[in-house]
Design a binder for this molecule. Structure first.
Ligand code: COD
Length: 299
């Protein structure tokens, strides 16, 4: 079981190098992360974007692009996303990475009915967080793709995150479905969904993980807080994955952990024919490198 994000780099280095298609590669943090990933022999990039801008940034960070393919595209960012996605579709790349473009634009190209790379019913994002205040990696899902998932979509989000967690070595990940409270309140949809997801898990309709909830966040991550509230089960205080109610709650939790909580993170989108590195534009180079390593480990 992986407990520190840096282990991802060690594991990725032991695997054969993979090819990564980067949409809108003209981004300093993206290129810095790729430079390091190349030096560590984790990936071989194919850069898509404005060739001159890419070359200028590469020069400024001493990234030697010799032997690295750059596909020059100066048109729309949606066209650029389509080119990067097509490289994965044609089997010329093993990982897709978002550079300096809008998340929605890349995801639309990924989901396109004819030219996209959708491989399962629902694609979803999972971020693995390493917090100084938690005893293991914590998967948080979905903080970046599914906006307001219904119950069925949440089952797929759990499946995708659990699959990622299993690939990191946690056989039967513990999933906490979080809400504002730990009791079911019909006026709070997240609590109703949590109870239903737990029931589906008990009935064998949602397998490969242990689902509990509704939990307030403290119960999911702090055993003492859970015991104090009279909740004692395998998931309380020892969650591997947190399922958030919607993108707003998730994105705020993710950024609070990163910017206020001293956490490090690695994140990908699961459910496409290749893992997608989809870090936020404000994520630093380290987070981007860790996400590339995560994708290389999971693919
Ligand atoms: N998985 C599989 N198929 C999907 C998914 C999904 N998660 N989402 C939509 N689809 C399919 C639909 O079934 C439909 O067939 C087609 O795609 C279009 O569906 P729409 O019209 O709902 O989707 P879009 O193209 O308007 O938007 C999809 C996005 C993923 C772009 C959208 O949900 C989105 O903008 N998400 C938030 C992205 C974002 O801004 N993140 C910011 C945080 S970094």
């Amino acid at each position: 079981m992986i407990s520190k994000l840096t282990e991802l780099i060690e594991i990725a280095r032991r695997k054969p190098m993979c090819r990564i298609a980067v949409a809108a590669a003209e981004d300093k943090e993206v290129l810095k992360a790729l430079k390091e990933a190349v030096e560590l022999q984790i990936v071989h990039p194919i850069l898509v974007g404005n060739k001159r801008a890419i070359a200028d940034i590469a020069r400024s960070i001493d990234f030697d692009l010799k032997g690295i393919e750059t596909i020059d595209h100066n048109g729309s960012t949606s066209g650029l996303a389509e080119i990067a996605v097509s490289l994965v579709k044609k089997g010329e790349a093993d990982i897709l990475m978002k550079g300096f473009l809008n998340t929605g634009e890349l995801l639309k190209a990924v989901l396109d009915k004819h030219n996209g790379i959708r491989a399962t019913q629902v694609l979803s994002h999972v971020a693995f967080m390493e917090s100084p205040y938690y005893h293991k990696l914590l998967g948080v899902t979905d903080v970046a793709m599914n906006i307001a998932p219904d119950l069925d979509t949440k089952t797929h989000i759990i499946r995708n995150a659990a699959e990622a967690s299993r690939k990191l070595g946690t056989d039967n990940p513990k999933v906490a479905v979080v809400a504002a409270v730990e009791t079911v309140n019909p006026k709070m949809e997240a609590t109703v969904h949590a109870a239903m997801l737990k029931e589906m898990n008990r009935e064998g309709k949602l397998t490969g993980c242990i689902v509990e909830g509704p939990f307030a966040l403290d119960i999911a991550v702090d055993k003492q807080a859970a015991l104090h509230k009279g909740i004692d089960n395998a998931v309380a205080g020892d969650s591997d994955i947190i399922l958030v109610p919607d993108i707003e709650a998730g994105n705020i939790l993710y950024k609070a952990l990163n910017f206020l909580g001293g956490a490090a993170s690695a994140a990908i989108v699961m459910g496409a024919s290749a893992p997608i590195v989809l870090t936020s534009r404000s994520d630093d180079e380290r987070s981007k490198l860790l996400s590339v390593a995560l994708a290389a480990v999971i693919r």
